[in-house]
Ligand binder design. Structure first.
Ligand SMILES: [Zn+2]
Length: 167
């Protein structure tokens, strides 16, 4: 099964959901699609750091062109932190924990009871892109997303050499 340039451009525009994206990228032993995808992303962003792995439609793990450290970086060039850290702790966070704040974005009757559920929105401090939303109970700590096993991804899934990393 192969994908057309049009489908790849949907990927790049972020108009496919992340599950579909990952399914498309993780066909075993097909390195060309991943390379094609990363090259298209790389052409779109304004920075020179090499994209190691896309994390979300507007967020990447990159290899710093200067230091070779792996960083979490926004489309706009904003650097959040080292890729092993929780980028959410470096984001601008907006918590919707009142009925008024909820009904700004959710129809009144569908908005959850804020005693039981709040919405935490994580924005880029530089460009304001919304990168993630969590809907936890109010006392739940900030969720650290999965740490992707990048070495395994490169070796076993896309069959490409792992980019160099300096901590
Ligand atoms: Zn940004």
């Amino acid at each position: 099964m192969s994908y057309t340039n049009e489908q790849v451009s949907h990927l790049v525009e972020g108009t496919l959901d992340w599950e579909t994206t990952f399914r498309m990228l993780s066909m075993p032993k097909d390195n060309s699609r991943f390379e094609q995808y990363v090259a298209a992303l790389q052409a779109k962003v304004g920075f020179k750091d090499r994209i190691v792995l896309p994390l979300a439609p507007h967020m990447y793990i990159v290899q710093s062109a200067k230091t070779k450290q792996w960083l979490i970086k926004c489309d706009c060039g904003h650097e959040f932190c080292d890729y092993k850290e929780n980028w959410k702790l470096h984001a601008s966070i907006y918590v919707r924990d009142t009925e008024e704040a909820m009904t700004e974005v959710y129809p009144k009757l569908m908005a959850p009871d804020t005693q039981w559920q709040v919405y935490r929105e994580y924005y880029c401090p530089t460009c304001g892109t919304l990168h993630d939303v969590e809907a936890p109970t109010p006392w739940y700590p900030v969720i650290h997303d999965f740490e992707p096993d990048i070495e395994a991804f490169y070796k076993e899934w896309v069959n490409l050499p792992v980019p160099e990393r300096v901590d």
